[in-house]
Ligand binder design. Structure first.
Ligand code: NI
Length: 190
């Protein structure tokens, strides 16, 4: 997820070469459902996690899901970077097991649709289960921005983007604006 205001902590402790290119709309991989991480994927996941975090911090973003870097596994990284302090979460096979009926509306953005923002309504609170990098089972109750960010990243694992939660009219306007900006950017770089 791309916040409207850059998070405080964005220093990168990884060499540039470890950063991963972030796929942009309309790449089809962003619309593809991912598969669960299995025991045979653990080496891949351990190698990817620090690189995904470095890529997210550099962007800068507060969440990044594996399909955004072209890896079709159920995995995401999240760090709200509150108080300018790194607090990385690596979510493997994350699953929302409960959610509040109460809803909240918050402005969302996405690193795969750079600099486009829209209000999205989602459950205010969620209960999440996932596996950590060491294979241990984790559980967390989240609300506010963390709940929004986790739901946004989990959507990516099913090929869903935040613009799918807004009206078709708003979505088409936003996508047209994005395509124009990306086209201008490419032209400027040539
Ligand atoms: Ni996103």
């Amino acid at each position: 997820m791309q916040p409207a205001r850059p998070p405080g902590y964005s220093s990168v402790s990884m060499p540039e070469s470890s950063l991963l290119p972030i796929l942009l709309v309309p790449d089809k991989r962003l619309r593809t459902k991912t598969r669960a991480v299995g025991p045979a994927d653990l080496d891949t996941v351990r190698e990817l996690a620090p690189r995904m975090l470095a890529t997210m911090y550099k962007a800068p973003g507060i969440g990044l899901a594996a399909p955004q870097i072209g890896v079709m596994l159920r995995m995401a990284v999240v760090d709200l970077q509150k108080d300018d302090q790194p607090d990385p979460m690596v979510l493997i096979n994350p699953e929302i097991v409960a959610q509040s009926t109460e809803l909240s509306t918050r402005e969302e953005g996405c690193l795969s649709l750079p600099n486009q923002y829209a209000d999205v309504t989602r459950p205010t609170r969620i209960k999440l289960r996932w596996l950590a990098l060491d294979g241990s089972k984790q559980e967390l109750e989240a609300d506010d921005l963390l709940a929004t960010c986790i739901q946004h990243e989990l959507d990516h694992l099913d090929g869903v983007l935040f613009v799918d939660h807004i009206s078709a009219l708003k979505r088409n306007m936003l996508l047209r604006k994005l395509m124009k900006e990306l086209k201008n950017k490419t032209r400027d770089e040539e």
